[in-house]
Write a protein that binds this ligand. Structure first.
Ligand SMILES: Cc1cc2nc3c(=O)[nH]c(=O)nc-3n(C[C@H](O)[C@H](O)[C@H](O)COP(=O)(O)O)c2cc1C
Length: 157
């Protein structure tokens, strides 16, 4: 299976997981860049969380890789207010016609995994091959490495 891994990360956790998955799978990856400023407590946290709750779209930088050229697109997002981020919502909205199959992963404090995967499934109009939710504190303890191997294996048949 030829896979493309697409992710957004504001503070680095999702990027760390994306790098581990893409190394494990030896697949191409694309980092989505949100052109909106997301740093700081007011804009970064409150406004961004509010935008996620309201299911807002954003403007993302032009993508480099055509998802149509891949058998599967694996989408990774941090969870914001129990939802996907505006950047990943925008990427899916703009590209979903070109997805053949999908997988999802997220990083989070601990709440909102099932709700987020459900809304990503609805938006993509596709059931994911596999999903992986990683809790931020497990990344530091390296408790996520086996889960990443198992998740990656689902796409390597
Ligand atoms: C605006 C905002 C809202 C968040 N909402 C949630 C949430 O609803 N549930 C949760 O478990 N974590 C929540 N978090 C924590 C992030 O999902 C978590 O820190 C994640 O690993 C960040 O990923 P990143 O470093 O790739 O940006 C939120 C973080 C931000 C900035």
């Amino acid at each position: 299976m030829k896979c493309l891994l697409v992710f957004y990360s504001r503070s680095g956790n999702t990027k760390k997981i994306a790098e581990l998955i893409s190394t494990e799978m030896n697949c191409d990856y694309e980092e989505i860049i949100d052109t909106k400023k997301r740093k700081g407590v007011i804009i970064g946290f409150l406004k961004s969380g509010f935008a996620a709750t309201r299911e807002k779209l954003t403007i993302i930088k032009k993508i480099q890789k055509d998802p149509e050229l891949y058998d599967t697109v694996i989408l990774g997002t941090p969870i914001w207010n129990k939802r996907m981020t505006p950047a990943i919502r925008t990427y899916i909205t703009e590209n979903k016609e070109r997805f053949k199959s999908v997988g999802f992963f997220c990083t989070m404090g601990g709440r909102g995994g099932p709700e987020t995967f459900e809304s990503m499934t609805k938006l993509c109009e596709k059931t994911p091959v596999s999903t992986l939710a990683i809790i931020r504190k497990d990344i530091k303890k390296e408790l996520h490495l086996d889960e990443i191997k198992n998740f990656s294996r689902q796409f390597m048949s």
